[in-house]
Each structure stands twice: as C-alpha cells, then as structure tokens.
Ligand binder design. Structure first.
Ligand code: TYM
Length: 333
C-alpha cells in the first residue's frame, strides 16, 4: 500500500496539544490505510544544541508518546532518525540541488535566525529543510500528515523532488501534505493569535500532554479570551474562544456549530472552559499513564526502535542506491 512518513523533534520532554491534535491524531487514523513510517527526528533536534542527556531521554520519551497516542508498532514503523544513516546521506545530495536563496527564504529559518543572530545561528538550522525532505523522499511517501506550520517545508520537498526528477530521471515520488482542517493550527492559550509552540516565551499557553492534569486544568481556566462575553465562532474578532471551540470540537467530536448553540447566551465562557479542561484531561491523563508505563521498560522500547530502524533501512537503502546511481556516484563494490 501507499506510504506515509511523519516525524516530531525530541526537543522537549512532552508533546503539546498542538502536536497531538495537529499531527498525531491523523497518524493514528492513517496507519490503518497506509504503510506508515513515524520517525523521532533527533538530528533535527540537534540544531537547538540540547544537553546530551536531555536529547537521549527526550528521544525515548518522544517515541513512547508515539506509542501512547495509539501508534501500533506491529502496524507502523517507529524509528529514530539517526539510526538510519541514509537520512543524512540523502540530505547532502539534496543540499547540492537547493538554491542558497531558496533555503534562506524558509520562514522558520528566517524567524529563528532573526532571533538568534548570525553568530548564534548554526548551519544545521539552515539545511534543516533539506534533511526533512530526505526523511520524506527516502520512503517514497505519497502523503505527509503535519500541521500548518510545516506547509512551506513540504512545498520545498516537492520542488526538490521535481527538480531532481527533471535533472536525473524519475527517482522520487512527489509527496502531498496532509494537513487537517480545524486542528492544523492550535493556538496558544495565552496569545491566541500565535500558534501553540514548544519554543514560545510564555509556556502557560501550551497544554502539555505529560503535565499533571491539575496544571492543564489551570491553564485552560486562565486562557485569554475577550470581554464580549458571548460564545461565537469568530477567529478574527474572538481568537481565544475560537481556539477553545476548535479544541473542544476535536476532542468531543461535536461540530463547532453544535457547540456554539450549546454555549449560547451570556456568561458561558466559564462553562466552555470547564468542559474543555475536562476533555483535555480526559485524553491527556490516560496518555500520560501509558507513557509512564512504557518508560518502566526502556529495553522493550529500544527493541521496538531497533526493529523499526531495521525495517526503515530496508526501504531507505534502496532509495539511496537509486539516487547515488542517478547522480553518478561510482558504486563502492
Ligand atoms: P515539530 O516537532 O515542531 O512538530 C510536530 C508536529 O506537530 C505539528 N504542530 C502543530 N499542529 C497544530 N497546531 C500547532 N500549534 C502545532 N505545533 C506543531 C507540526 O506541524 C508537526 O506536524 N520539521 C518538523 C519535524 C519533521 C518532519 C519530518 C515532519 C522532520 N522531518 C518529515 C514531517 C515529515 C517539526 O519541526 O515538527
């Protein structure tokens, strides 16, 4: 069957609700219909120069969160990027067909490098999108389930695949982004015009999947809304309420219209928040319990990741050989 690939960076101890609703829920849905590859992208995480012990722990806890969220390692291939050297090998080839200006126009790079300054910006951040393209193209993925913030990287991936095919002959499958509707951009609870983000300054805006339920309840109750006091779905004028309605809808399965009717009338913000908090905790508490359980047996987790890497290499090595032949590298033997 057709393949999909996606991944998350192990830059933090916990996924946030945006990672879960924007990406993971779709991974779980799609794994039944596709030959699915889910990668913990530890090489991408190295761009933020984590402490080695943190990176090691976060790589395992991120893999545990894939499983806790419903990725079945009997059905899908779960692996760690650095276990499959073909990712960096293909990334180099892709670097050599990417324009400097093209890479410099990536908005995530522009934002991050503006924040850090030229000397604080490592070259890994610059070449990050070509490594991501390699992740995808190695597996002939037809679809890539991600949130809205990855759209531009997916467009670059498609451009590079098309350029390579035009220059060297048909080699890569052209992947499609698979971006959900209402949950593609979950917003910060404190700054509802900005996405929920691991690197946000105000972490009170993030609902963390591995926090204590009490902490998440408190964050939902103090979510920034507006003084208008009527529940309507208006992302422009009422971004905080719109975000809460979308989170509610995604977790309860009720449509936003149904919810607007339910919470119609004055002074219903409190009721909406109470219900959202309950729904978040209802998903997050059992998720956390499963992660805690998985982490009690790290050897089993490592065994799953080793089996995943072996399966991933079977696919990736064939693609890389095709690429090396196409560009004119002499075979090693
Ligand atoms: P990362 O680790 O930042 O995020 C993981 C996934 O979560 C989605 N996401 C969100 N969705 C909705 N609302 C939000 N507020 C929100 N924040 C994050 C992201 O879109 C992503 O799907 N570059 C990628 C990792 C990556 C990758 C890949 C993804 C590396 N190689 C190959 C797909 C395919 C990243 O930094 O995701």
């Amino acid at each position: 069957s057709a393949r999909i690939l996606s991944g998350m960076q192990p830059t933090h101890d916990s996924l946030h609700l945006g990672n879960y609703l924007g990406a993971q829920v779709n991974w779980v849905r799609m794994q039944q219909d596709f030959d699915a590859f889910f990668c913990v992208v530890d090489q991408h995480a190295l761009t933020v120069q984590p402490d080695p012990a943190d990176l090691r722990a976060r790589t395992r806890v991120t893999a545990a969160q894939y499983l806790a969220g419903g990725i079945d390692p009997q059905v899908s291939t779960v692996f760690v990027q650095s276990h499959v050297p073909e990712h960096s090998q293909l990334a180099w080839v892709l670097n050599c067909i990417t324009g400097y200006g093209e890479a410099a126009r990536m908005t995530q790079f522009k934002d991050k490098s503006a924040k850090r300054g030229t000397d604080g910006t490592n070259v890994g951040l610059f070449t990050y999108p070509m490594l991501m393209a390699a992740d995808i193209l190695l597996y002939d993925a037809t679809a890539v389930p991600v949130g809205e913030d990855q759209r531009q990287h997916l467009e670059l991936t498609r451009d590079l695949a098309q350029r390579f095919n035009a220059r060297y002959g048909d080699t890569f499958v052209i992947p499609q982004p698979h971006i959900p509707g209402e949950t593609a951009k979950i917003m910060s609870l404190q700054e509802p015009t900005a996405k929920m983000s691991k690197s946000a300054d105000n972490q009170n805006g993030n609902l963390m999947m591995l926090d204590e339920p009490k902490a998440n309840t408190k964050k939902v109750k103090s979510a920034v809304t507006d003084t208008d006091n009527a529940v309507r779905y208006d992302p422009e004028a009422k971004p905080g309420i719109a975000n809460l309605l979308r989170i509610h809808s995604a977790l309860s399965g009720d449509s936003v219209e149904t919810l607007v009717d339910r919470y119609a009338g004055e002074n219903k913000y409190g009721a909406l928040k109470t219900d959202v908090a309950e729904l978040v905790v209802g998903v997050q508490a059992p998720f956390k319990a499963r992660v805690d359980e998985l982490l009690t047996d790290p050897a089993e987790l490592d065994r799953i990741l080793a089996a995943g890497a072996a399966r991933a290499r079977e696919v990736a090595s064939v693609t890389l050989r095709r690429v090396y032949d196409a560009v004119g590298f002499v075979p090693a033997a």
